[in-house]
Design a protein around this ligand. Structure first.
Ligand SMILES: Cc1cc2nc3c(=O)[nH]c(=O)nc-3n(C[C@H](O)[C@H](O)[C@H](O)COP(=O)(O)OP(=O)(O)OC[C@H]3O[C@@H](n4cnc5c(N)ncnc54)[C@H](O)[C@@H]3O)c2cc1C
Length: 226
């Protein structure tokens, strides 16, 4: 099902990283962790992959007024078109989909691993006001090339000061299986949720499995296309 909506705002949220805020259609239901497809009416720069892309929703389902997505500005025709569409322009969004959602009740500590804009579904999780989410410790391992290219870093640092069960481990080096092998030992009882480009997800899962984390405790979302 497709919904017609409008762009409310554009914002550069980190170096080379763009956030688009859309008006949330009244009947657009989603759970934190799901994604949508955004379709522009026409491309102003040619794109062999066409006029739509999938994006995880970065805003909270509790925000009924708007939907936010975040992406690296790669220079692709689709993204150039979307970035340059003025506020008020119409786009279409597809009904939300995906199973990268949290269970009703968390039974264990959680480790979230985000590579770059893989932070999007975690922002949607973390911005919910439900207190239950904080019943167990949550650690966010957030990898970027530099602090300047890490979207929402300020908000996440603030959250780690305010929520005693939330800790942020921001890292600025290429992920290796060795890094996650060590982290697996530190958080061996946790459920691991890993999001980012396919190569980063594969490296992380490889390291966790070498570190003894069973595949049943690793949940992934690969941003295919990067
Ligand atoms: C479930 C799911 C959720 C996703 N969620 C997100 C999300 O929240 N955020 C997000 O950013 N992505 C997300 N993706 C991936 C997204 O759908 C795109 O595939 C991705 O953003 C790359 O799109 P693109 O338009 O940049 O590159 P594409 O056009 O698909 O090309 C791939 C790469 O080629 C290069 N390239 C392409 N065209 C040009 C050009 N004209 N000039 C220079 N270089 C070029 C770029 O490096 C680009 O990254 C998700 C994917 C899935 C499956």
């Amino acid at each position: 099902m497709l919904f017609e909506t409008q762009i409310i705002a554009h914002e550069a949220v980190a170096e080379g990283t763009h956030e688009v805020t859309l008006k949330r259609p009244p009947d657009f239901a989603f759970k934190a962790g799901q994604y949508t497809q955004i379709m522009v009416p026409e491309l102003t720069k040619a794109d062999p992959k066409g006029r739509s892309r999938l994006f995880s929703i970065a805003s909270s389902p509790e925000d009924h007024e708007y939907l936010q997505v975040v992406f690296r500005d790669s220079g692709s025709g689709f993204k150039e078109t979307l970035i340059n569409m003025p506020v008020g322009s119409s786009v279409q969004v597809e009904q939300a989909a995906g199973s990268f959602i949290l269970p009703q009740k968390l039974a264990r500590p959680q480790v979230f691993v985000a590579g770059g804009v893989g932070i999007a579904p975690f922002m949607s999780y973390l911005c919910q006001k439900i207190p239950d989410i904080w019943e167990h410790p949550i650690t966010l391992i957030y990898g970027n090339q530099s602090p300047e290219s890490a979207a929402y870093l300020h908000e996440l640092r603030q959250m780690s000061k305010e929520q005693k069960r939330f800790s942020l481990n921001d890292i600025y080096k290429r992920p290796t299986p060795g890094l996650f092998l060590k982290l697996a030992e530190k958080y061996k009882d946790a459920v691991w949720r890993v999001v980012g480009p396919p190569g980063m997800v594969a490296t992380t899962v490889n390291g966790l499995q070498l570190g003894g984390i069973s595949s049943g405790k690793i949940i992934t979302e690969s941003f295919e296309g990067y």
